[in-house]
Design a protein. Structure first.
Length: 70
């Protein structure tokens, strides 16, 4: 859960105060009515989140064998 929370905080911080990054891209394209680029950024963030989640689950299964199969 900490991995997912950290990604959400990172994107939110980029949306608020950064001059680069995926969060900035989404906010910039939203303000300039560049809808296709905005949705492309949203899709990239979604895929990035899913892949990080899958990676963290794999690491958890590898190092927490005592928990059993999930």
């Amino acid at each position: 859960m900490a991995g997912a929370g950290s990604i959400l905080v990172l994107i939110a911080a980029e949306m608020m105060g950064a001059k680069a990054g995926l969060g900035y891209l989404i906010m910039y394209t939203q303000y300039n009515f560049q809808t296709p680029k905005m949705y492309a950024g949203i899709v990239v963030i979604s895929l990035l989140g899913l892949s990080i989640n899958a990676l963290l689950l794999a690491v958890q299964r590898r190092f927490s064998r005592w928990r059993g199969e999930q």
